[in-house]
Write a protein that binds this ligand. Structure first.
Ligand code: MG
Length: 244
């Protein structure tokens, strides 16, 4: 088959995201707690209970989940959910609306800075350079990494933030948007990602080839190919190119 384009999931496909999210989650919340206490003290309005004592990290997580249930269209827009949850909690902590908005915004800036401190898998940069010479590349993420903020971003002329489109994968729209912007069609494209339900299955349903990065042995329908690691991608592509 003749491949023209390759689309990539980001988190847990091009880097391990578990540690990044844990650090980012704790880090920005602790930053907010400390910065807020300092600001209130400087105003002469110190509180008996610190923000993170009144609302532990678990309470923040629970509030985001409740908001996602209450606003199903926004369920994939994690940046919106986070910001909105912070505004609500800060309001309940006694901040005026404008101050709650301000501190939620500052905390989100901190969140996004930490969120982008990622270490791509070794060799990814060379791999994408090589592939970029032969194929059109796009990224499609449900997460809130802005790939253009990363050095890797230069490899992706098209970057789709599916959550912010309000159509997170497995919705077909982010795949179709990527392919149309790359000027190709599903039968000429391969999607690479670590989620069976959000990457491999929806790509395959559209008629794309799918490279699924996963551990579990499961029966693979035709058109879904298992990789143990993204570094195995060139071998799969070479094999696909030989198929009729
Ligand atoms: Mg992923």
């Amino acid at each position: 088959m003749r491949l023209e384009a390759i689309t990539f999931d980001l988190d847990d496909t091009l880097w391990d995201n578990g540690g990044v999210m844990a650090r980012t989650e704790r880090g920005h919340y602790a930053w907010l707690d400390a910065a807020l206490a300092e600001w209130l003290a400087a105003l002469g309005e110190p509180r008996d209970t610190r923000f993170a004592e009144r609302f532990a990290l678990e309470a923040f997580v629970a509030r985001r989940q409740a908001l996602a249930r209450a606003h199903p269209l926004r369920r994939g827009d994690f940046t919106w959910l986070r910001r909105r949850a912070l505004v609500e909690l800060l309001g309940e902590y006694g901040l005026a609306r404008e101050h709650a908005e301000h501190w939620a915004g500052r905390a989100m800036e901190r969140f996004m800075a930490l969120r982008h401190e990622i270490t791509p898998h070794e060799g990814i940069d060379d791999l994408l350079s090589e592939l970029g010479r032969r194929y059109r590349l796009a990224s499609i993420t449900n997460g809130n990494v802005e790939v253009a903020r990363l050095p890797l971003g230069r490899h992706f002329p098209v970057a789709i933030a599916a959550g912010e489109m309000l159509a997170p994968k497995p919705d077909p729209r982010p795949f179709l948007a990527a392919l149309s912007r790359l000027g190709t069609r599903p039968a000429r494209a391969l999607h690479v990602g670590d989620s069976w339900a959000e990457d491999a299955l929806p790509a395959r349903r559209l008629g794309m080839q799918a490279a699924w990065i996963g551990e579990a042995d499961r029966p693979l329908p035709p058109g879904i190919h298992r990789l143990a690691h993204v570094r195995e991608l060139p071998a799969l592509i070479a094999w696909l190119e030989k198929q009729r």
